[in-house]
Design a binder for this molecule. Structure first.
Ligand code: GDD
Ligand code: MG
Length: 355
């Protein structure tokens, strides 16, 4: 079976992490974020994936090549200018080889999901639907596509990012399309699957079905969600084909070092060559390769970029520190503070909280 992966977005809400790396490639428990979904799709029978790229397209080729490493055939179709979600799907369809009536799996590139992809495909075939959407329940649907369904799982409406969503049942960003429906999307212009294609298909009376499954699901769109995704993977809350169970709630990658008196836990991932000094405390955090946590520093629910340094007795809570930045001794950064790459904060012992 063939799939299309949407990975052309800029990931602006995750800046500064996404300045140098597109969101789907952020190191997530030791591998690029989208590797968890790719291998799940592979295990559900997908053999060939078309990457629909735009922003920093070359980095995807460098990371995945022809896909052999993952047991997949990967090809790339790059938009010169982003074509929107449906425009990207239509553009990528030029590289599909399957028949008109074949099912094609479409994946958003920033999702961690434990749902049963095979069961979604089976439901699509049973209903002979034009499109079948994975739907899940969230507490607040305003950031998502809100999708009411009938008792027999027919999609009744598709309302993207509304202040008054009709239901908390939302589009989970994984679709099965009949190939001929993809080819009916207008070519060569910006088209949104959420604002144009789904409402348009519904208006035409096409059969769009919901596959409702409340498995683990996360849109990794914000720093807090990224930290949650990594720590959940390390703690085993979401099984991934590329991770083995971790018994201590900590993932140490190659040559990472942790001083015996440091306290590290809560699903923390310590990148290759990163180090945590004596008496430091690192809880539910993500340290990229080569990050340095000096003795006595405290890092809680934060991301520390590649080669960044958190000096002694500094405190980070719910923060993002860009690659190569330095947080001088004694600074206290709280509540969503972000330090841009290569910035050096002096040892002023300031307390900074943006809200
Ligand atoms: N190739 C390409 N070109 N990809 C794109 C483009 C584009 O122009 N625009 C967005 N993408 C990709 C992004 O990289 C991402 O993988 C996916 O499309 C979805 O874009 P997001 O920017 O992450 O959208 P969202 O999270 O605000 O909303 C979408 O996902 C929600 C679930 O996570 C919508 O589909 C919502 O309806 C849905 O609930
Ligand atoms: Mg998203």
């Amino acid at each position: 079976m063939e799939a299309i992966l949407l990975v052309g977005g800029q990931g602006t809400r995750l800046r500064p992490l996404t300045i140098s790396t597109p969101k789907p490639l952020l190191p997530t428990a030791g591998v690029p974020l989208l590797e968890h979904q790719l291998t799940r799709a592979r295990d559900a029978g997908v053999t060939r994936i078309v990457f629909a790229t735009s922003y920093r397209a070359e980095m995807f080729t460098e990371a995945f090549g022809d896909g052999t490493r993952l047991g997949l055939e990967i090809v790339y179709v790059t938009e010169d200018e982003p074509l929107g979600t449906a425009g990207a799907i239509r553009n990528a369809s030029a590289a599909l080889t399957c028949a008109d009536d074949s099912p094609v799996l479409i994946l958003n590139g920033d999702i961690l999901s434990g749902h049963d992809i095979s069961a979604q495909i089976a439901a699509h075939e049973k209903d002979d639907a034009a499109v079948t959407l994975h739907l899940t329940l969230v507490d607040d649907a305003r950031r998502y596509g809100s999708v009411p369904t009938s008792p027999d799982d027919r999609v009744l409406d598709f309302v993207e990012k509304s202040p008054n969503p009709p239901t908390n049942q939302v589009n989970a960003g994984c679709y099965v399309f009949r190939r001929s429906v993809i080819d009916s999307i207008p070519a060569g212009r910006v088209v949104s699957v959420e604002y144009e294609t789904f409402p348009g298909l519904l208006a035409k009376g096409e059969t769009i079905c919901g596959y409702v499954e409340a498995a683990y699901w996360l849109d990794v769109g914000t720093p807090a969600a990224f930290v949650k995704g990594v720590t959940d993977l390390v703690l085993g809350a979401l099984a991934s084909p590329v991770l083995t169970a971790n018994e201590h709630g900590v993932l140490l990658l190659d040559n990472a070092t942790v001083a015996p008196t440091a306290r590290v836990g809560g699903g923390t991932a310590v990148g290759a060559g990163a180090s945590i000094g004596a008496d430091a405390r690192v809880e539910s955090s993500v340290l990229f390769d080569g990050a340095v946590i000096e003795p006595g520093a405290r890092v809680i629910r934060s991301v520390v970029g590649a080669g960044a340094r958190v000096c002694s007795a500094a405190v980070l809570e719910d923060c993002v520190i860009g690659d190569g930045a330095t947080v001088g001794p004694g600074n206290e950064l709280l509540n969503g503070a972000r330090v841009w790459p290569n910035v050096a904060l002096p040892a002023t012992a300031i307390r900074f909280s943006p809200e």
